[in-house]
Design a protein around this ligand. Structure first.
Ligand code: FES
Length: 167
């Protein structure tokens, strides 16, 4: 039987908000979790509003963890209109928004989103989320997550990440 959380996640991923690269982004952060293999990239565009530099739009891409997609969808809506400092002050549970508390095995999915947000907005900050995901890119040229992984594959050395077809 489907739990309340599963229903909320299913509803969120049925119509995810802010998916895709943001071509004219001011900041970008990418994080990966080596345990589950998920990666998430988040783009942020700012605008001036009443003398404040606030987030105009944020978008994301991920490889498919449903919880991470649901949290990123909610978080990219939540941070709109906030300054970078205000967005950075949000905790993991804030970013999960209407999903409510996540079970222990799903908390790292929200932390992935938090890590990408921090990588985009404060790439040099030393403060890291509770279980810090690996920051792989903070200010690379705008590209899709899949494109950049394919670029990594063409490099003669380094870690190769391959996307396997579903069986
Ligand atoms: Fe690892 Fe969701 S299972 S990010």
């Amino acid at each position: 039987m489907e739990t309340d959380l599963e229903k909320k996640i299913r509803a969120a991923i049925a119509n995810p908000q802010n998916v895709g690269a943001l071509e004219d982004a001011d900041a970008m952060g990418t994080v990966g979790n080596s345990d589950c293999g998920e990666m998430l990239r988040l783009w942020v565009k700012f605008k001036e509003e009443h003398g404040r530099r606030v987030i105009d739009k944020a978008t994301f891409q991920s490889f498919g963890c449903e919880t991470a997609i649901a949290v990123a969808s909610m978080a990219t809506e939540l941070i709109r209109g906030k300054t970078a400092a205000e967005a950075l002050s949000l905790k993991t549970e804030d970013l999960s928004g209407a999903l409510g508390p996540l079970p222990p095995m799903k908390i790292h999915c929200a932390q992935l989103v938090e890590g990408a947000l921090r990588a985009a907005l404060a790439p040099t900050a030393t403060a890291a989320p509770t279980s810090a995901p690996t920051v792989t890119t903070a200010s690379a040229p705008i590209s899709s997550l899949v494109d950049s992984l394919h670029q990594d594959e063409r490099k003669p050395r380094g870690v190769q990440v391959r996307i396997l077809p579903r069986e």
